[in-house]
Design a protein. Structure first.
Length: 577
């Protein structure tokens, strides 16, 4: 590095970052320690990494870029593959035609520039970033620190997990013995077992809802879903794949010899003083078995309605609906949109000693005090319909069905609601009015839907702006147009965005809440349902009654500074009217 130091030291002196006396002293110390002068100056805090970057940029006539201040889109990050970015330490920051602007730490490395032009098949425009800034960006966007996923989302690498992997690499343990263990005698200190335990513990500490273990052709990928976004971790070596999967299958009581069909199981694990359940799904794929573990923190479930994300007006409407003595309330949305959590919150709100509440679930995700919960078990014939038939003889006041899946279940649920029971359930539909069409489509008579349904609510989850790094955000006109907002009408708006901090792992978000679309069924809506009108007509009626769409509720929460435009646009669709 001495030759590179010579030109760099002169520039640093010319720019006033170092004095001649400092340089002379540094040269003596650097020669004695066999290190570079600039490296020694940075280590002694005489120079900042940003000062070195500025000197390099000045010498090559390039511009300095502060990557930490940029929010690079998925499309930009996708311009450079992960392996190329890591190998050549280059971050794409912009594209204009056939020219890609790339941030590097050493603009003097001509081999890197030539290689990038060849690999990217584009002209390269250089910008200079400090080593520190570049390393953080590589970790953030391509793996190694900060949450996110592939395709431009930041990735995470955990030091404890990597230490365990290193122990596995260096040790001479018998991997075959661990993989073929029948679970009766397990050494808790075995490296593979320690690695599996660390996967679970670290996922829980990072607030992940799912752990994805995915065998690929040449690697074994580990991803956590944090606040609804997949975050790729540094995966264990491919050679440990069979051992890790076998260990998880043993823990979840699956057959380790069966690799041809899907299997399901559960694991109970202790993290510190907390007991957590993991719902485990194993699916055969081309390159091995893929395992997904859903983390269920029984103690961490927040059951208050305000925590769900309701504004005061919607919360009052919802509290009135769930306080009714009979009828059906349906919560709709895709998988992972928080429907079950909403229903648990409803039950918690109305759970009193004078009410008997019974639930039928597949599976029972959280155990609630004072509530009778029934686990569906298809292998012994205990289906939703059979369980529902039986619990009606238990004289409940309130029934919760995990999901209405078929005509038999729907018919029994509707009959229960017509005989004095309050019924909660979920459906998979895109919006609230479409739930009516879904019920009729599976065979329920329109007059039964009309007479039993009290309200339909659709919901989605969006990420919260991190409270610790939230800062006022001057929203551009382009975003306002996307949200159909006029700047003159939002003078009291409080737009916020997270800058990224340790609390949110530099993502700018921490936690999630719901955006809602509540359709209260009135007499006019019942008549339309009875007449089998299309969902579009029913939606118009709902809007006339004052129903806010998912997008509109999301916009209210953007204006209030609770989330961002990107989150609302990602989770909702525009309203075609």
């Amino acid at each position: 590095m001495a030759e590179k130091d010579d030109y760099l030291v002169d520039i640093l002196v010319d720019l006033g970052f170092l004095t001649s006396d400092q340089v002379n002293k540094l040269r003596e110390e650097a020669a004695a320690a066999s290190v570079g002068v600039v490296d020694l100056a940075v280590a002694n805090k005489l120079l900042r990494p940003a000062d070195v970057a500025q000197a390099k940029a000045a010498h090559f006539g390039a511009e300095v870029v502060h990557l930490a201040d940029l929010k690079l889109s998925d499309e930009i990050i996708a311009l450079v593959r992960r392996d190329i970015a890591k190998k050549y330490r280059a971050i794409p920051v912009a594209q204009h035609g056939n020219t890609i602007t790339v941030a590097v730490s050493d603009p003097s490395d001509l081999d890197t520039i030539d290689s990038l032009q060849h690999l990217l098949r584009a002209e390269i425009e250089l910008k200079v970033a400090s080593d520190e800034d570049l390393e953080a960006a590589l970790n953030k966007y391509y793996g190694g620190g900060g949450p996110g996923g592939g395709g431009g989302k930041p990735k995470q690498e955990n030091a404890k997990m990597q230490q365990t992997i290193q122990e596995l690499t260096e040790s001479e343990v018998s991997i075959t013995k661990v993989a073929q263990d029948d679970g009766t005698e397990v050494n808790a200190d075995a490296p593979v077992i320690k690695l599996v335990n660390s996967l679970i513990v670290e996922a829980f500490k990072m607030r992940a809802s799912d752990i994805h273990l995915e065998p690929l052709a040449k690697s074994f990928r580990v991803r956590y879903r944090i606040d609804g976004v997949l975050c790729e971790m540094k995966g264990p070596p491919k050679r440990l794949q069979a051992s890790i999967l076998s260990r998880l299958k043993i823990q979840s009581n699956m057959s380790i010899s069966e690799k041809r069909i899907p299997q399901d199981g559960r694991i109970q694990s202790k993290v510190g003083t907390k007991l957590i359940d993991l719902r485990v799904s194993c699916l055969p794929t081309n390159h091995g078995e893929s395992i997904v573990m859903r983390i269920l923190d029984k103690e961490g479930l927040r059951l208050g309605l305000p925590e769900l994300g309701f504004f005061t007006d919607d919360q009052q409407t919802f509290e009135r609906l769930i306080g009714m003595p009979d009828g059906i309330l349906l919560v709709t949305g895709p998988t992972g949109s928080g429907k079950t959590t909403t229903l648990y919150s409803c039950l918690h709100f109305i759970n009193r000693p004078d009410r008997k509440i019974i639930t039928v679930e597949d599976p029972v995700e959280y155990q609630l005090a004072g509530i009778n919960q029934v686990q569906v078990n298809e292998t012994v014939g205990l289906s939703f319909a059979m369980a529902l038939r039986s619990i009606l003889r238990q004289a409940p006041n309130v029934i919760m069905l995990g999901e209405i899946r078929d005509l038999e279940t729907a018919s029994i649920a509707i009959n229960a609601s017509l005989t004095g029971h309050l019924v909660f359930s979920t459906l998979h539909t895109n919006d609230a009015p479409a739930a009516v069409a879904r019920l009729i489509d599976i065979g329920v008579k329109p007059f039964l839907v009309a007479s039993s349904t009290r309200a339909l609510m659709a919901q989605r989850l969006v990420r919260k702006v991190c409270k610790q790094c939230a800062a006022p955000y001057n929203i551009p006109d382009s975003e306002l147009r996307t949200l159909n907002l006029d700047r003159s009408n939002i003078t009291n708006a409080n737009f916020m965005k997270g800058k990224g901090c340790a609390n949110c792992s530099n993502s700018g978000y921490r936690g999630r809440f719901g955006v809602f679309e509540i359709f209260v069924i009135d007499d006019e809506a019942r008549k339309l349902i009875y007449d089998r009108v299309p969902s579009s007509v029913l939606r118009i009626r709902a809007r006339e009654m004052g129903m806010r769409t998912l997008r509109e509720d999301g916009i209210r929460k953007v204006i209030a500074g609770m989330t961002t435009t990107e989150e609302v646009l990602r989770a909702t669709v525009g309203d075609a009217e």
